[in-house]
Ligand binder design. Structure first.
Ligand code: NDP
Length: 256
């Protein structure tokens, strides 16, 4: 077997949701450098176009597709627009997500629903549209972004943990239904990473010390540290891997 191009994404198109900043942006940059053409997504059209432009300025191929991942009609319309332009999504990264911290007894149904819709239902909506197009082509890679909370509960973030636990089983469901069609679906579970989502936690000395003490690596993760795993799961290197959740967490999930 020739392994020289095993991780090469040249000729593939990757749609990464929530890629205007944070982990999605890092994954997009990494996949772009590995050769993929990028479709950048976020809710804000200007910010999405600006992110795509920055990636083009860096010599990568990138277009913007701004839509809300919780909006079924908008997700379907985005895929129809890609169809009309002859763009086929080879790699889908369901990354867009939000956090919401509140004790469950104070939580409104609307906030519960918003967190579930953004972190979980979106992956079903995007995955369904992508797979409808990948199945006839008999190829495709789907990467869902889970979390440590795909496996572990944590007080005050229950809807998030329910959504991320759901991501784990949605990934297995996708693998069960679509592996026979040449599609591999896997998930990545990041640990505590330095992004906007964790801004308040990083600047809280107690929480910062807890993360560093609780993580065997002794530090927060950098967004670029997800890139290798994302490229692996998007490339031919993982063609017989499906339904897995890989933690990229400095060892945190493995220790008490
Ligand atoms: P950020 O808050 O830094 O970025 C979130 C991205 O998602 C932005 O691009 C945002 O753009 C987009 N987004 C949010 N809601 C929507 C929506 N409804 N439709 C489209 N885009 C949306 O988050 P992170 O980069 O930290 O997190 C990315 C993913 O990684 C999330 O799923 C998160 O749960 C997960 N994760 C993060 C960890 C961490 O430590 N940071 C740890 C484990 C998992 P805009 O607001 O403009 O729409």
């Amino acid at each position: 077997m020739d392994t020289s191009n095993l991780f090469d994404l040249t000729g593939r198109t990757a749609l990464i949701t929530g890629s205007t900043r944070g982990l999605g942006r890092a994954i997009a940059e990494g996949m772009g450098q590995a050769g993929a053409a990028l479709i950048i997504n976020g809710r804000n059209p200007e910010a999405t176009e600006a992110a795509a432009q920055e990636l083009r300025d860096a010599g990568l191929s990138a277009r913007a597709a701004s839509f809300d991942v919780t909006d079924e009609a908008a997700v379907e319309a985005a895929f129809r627009e890609l169809d009309a332009d002859g763009v086929e999504v080879d790699i889908l990264v369901n990354n867009a997500g939000i956090q919401h911290r509140q004790p469950m007894v104070e939580l409104s149904l609307a906030d519960w629903q918003r967190v579930i819709d953004t972190n979980l239902t979106s992956a079903f909506l995007l995955g369904r549209e992508a797979a409808r197009r990948m199945i006839p082509r008999k190829q495709g890679k789907i990467i869902n972004i889970g979390s440590l909370t795909s496996d572990l509960a944590r007080a005050t973030v229950t809807p998030y943990t329910v959504a991320k636990g759901g991501i784990k089983m949605l990934t297995k469901g996708m693998a069960a239904e679509w592996s026979a069609h040449g599609i591999q679906a896997n998930a990545i579970g990041p640990g505590y990473m330095l992004t906007d989502m964790n801004e308040a936690l990083v600047s809280n000395p107690e929480f910062d010390a807890w993360v560093k003490g609780r993580t065997p690596a002794g530090r927060w993760g950098r967004p670029d540290e997800l890139i290798g795993t994302a490229i692996y799961l998007a490339s031919n290197a993982s063609n017989y891997v499906s339904g897995q959740l890989i933690f990229v967490d400095g060892g945190m999930i493995s220790v008490l």
